[in-house]
Design a protein around this ligand. Sequence first.
Ligand code: HEM
Length: 455
Amino acid sequence: MSGDTTLFSPPPVPLGTVASIRALMRDPLTFWPQELYDGETALHSRFAGNSYVDTSRPDDVTAVLLDRRDCFARSRFVKAMLAPAMGDGLIVADGESWRHQRSVAAPAFRQSALDALVPVFDRAALRAVGTMGTGGDRPVMPVLMSATLDIIVESLFGDAEFDREGVTRDVGAFLDVMGSPHILDLLGLPAWLPRIGRGEGVAAARRMRAVSAQILESKRAAPGEDGSMTAHLLRATDPETGARLSDEAIIDNIITFVGAGHETTSVGLAWTLWLLAHRPEWQERLLAESDGLDGPIGPDTLPNLALHTRVFQESMRLFPPVVAVGRQVIAPVHIGGVDLGPGDHVNLIAVAMHRNPAHWPDPDRFDPDRFLPEAVKARHRHAYLPFGGGATMCIGWKLALMEATVLLTRIVRAFAIAPVAGAPPPVPKVRVTMRPDDGMRLSLTPRLDRTVFGT
Ligand code: HEM
C-alpha cells in the first residue's frame, strides 16, 4: 500500500435516493460512483423536484464556466454554507455585485502585489519549520494550517494587532460546523428556518466579522502606503463605475479570503508532503533544485523553484483540496445530455476528472512532469480544475502556488520526510476541503547537512 494514491473507494454503482442523501451529507466522496472516474460521463438524478447533473466531462466545464455561463449562478447549497460568514463576498456573489467586487479586488492579486508578499510567505515558512523543531512523528496539518493562516492574515492586514488565536479558533469552528450541506438546504427549505447544530458556526462567523471591522477601522485611522491586501481594497476603485467597495463588502471579502485561502493551501501541502514521504527520490530532486539557495526567498528566487510548484500541482491533481465546483441553473440549458431549467444543479467533479485516463495516462501515478509547459499546452484546458475556471476562477490561484512553493522549499530543505512506521494510510474526508482523517501524521527527521535558514 506504500504511497499508493488510491486512498478512497468510490461506490461501484450509483446509489439510490436515500443512500445518496446520506452519502452527500456525510462526504461526497462516498456518493460519486466509479464511472465518473473511469472516463467522461455525466450522471443525472432527481431530488425534491429538481434535476442534478454530476459530470466529469471537461467539455461540460467549458460550457458551465465559460460558453453558457449566463445560464448559471452560484449553487444555493454553497451560498447557504458560506453566506453566514462571508456575506455577499466574492465567492458567494453573482451578477453585478460579483463583477464590481472582482474588478476592485483584482489589483490586490496582481503579480507586483504578490511579489511584494513573498517575504511574508518566507518568514511564515521559516516559523513553521522552526515550530516543527526536532521533527519526530507528528500530524503536520496543524503546523501547515497555522502557517497558511499566518500568511493570509499578514497579507491581508500587514502588522495590525489582533487576537490571532481567537481568529484561528473561529475559522476552524466555522469551517467545521458549516462545512457540509445541511439537510434543510438539501430539501430546499427557506433560510429563515433555524438550522439546528449551526449555532456555533454562526457565532464564530460573527466574531470574525467583528475583528475584521476593528482592523478596518484601525487601517482607516492610520492610512499609509502599506502593501497589505486590506489597504489595496480600501484604495481601489471599479474601473467601470469609479465606485469603491463599501465597508460591509470589504469585511465580506476579508472573511472570504481567510476562509477560501487558508485551509485549501494547507490541505494541498499536507497531501504533497504525504506523496513525498513515500517518494524519497522526489525529495532528492527538490533538494537538487533548491541547492545553493542562500538567504531569504524573494520573488526573483521563485522561478528557480519551478519543480516545487509542479510537485504541488500534481499533488492537487491527485488530491484536489476543492473536489467539485457547483452551479445552479437560472436559464434553460443543455448539459451532460440533459435539458435543465431554473433550480436544477450541475456539479463539476474535479476529483474524478483528474483521474480520467484519457487526459492523464496512468492516472494514479505521481508524475509532476505532467505540469511541464508543453504537457499543459497539449491537454484539454479544463481537464484540471483545482482552482475552478472561466471568469470566476480562483482569484488567489497565483498566491496559493507562490506560498505553497515557498513552504515546500523550506520544509523539504529542513526535514527528510517519511511515513510513520506501521501507521495506516490517511483517508481523505471532504468537509469543505479534502482533509486527511489523521491530521496527516508523518515522520520528520532534521537534515543536519542544511541549516533551516537555507544556506
Ligand atoms: C490551493 C489553494 C486554493 C484552492 C485549491 C482554491 C480553490 C478554489 C476554487 C475551486 C474556486 C472556484 C469556486 C467556484 O467557481 O465556485 C475558488 C474561488 C475563489 N478563491 Fe480559491 N483556492 C485556493 C486559494 C485561494 C486563496 C489563497 C485565496 C485568497 C487569498 C482564494 C480566494 C478565492 C476567491 C475569492 C474565490 C472566488 C472567485 C470568484 O468567484 O471571483 N483562494 N478557489
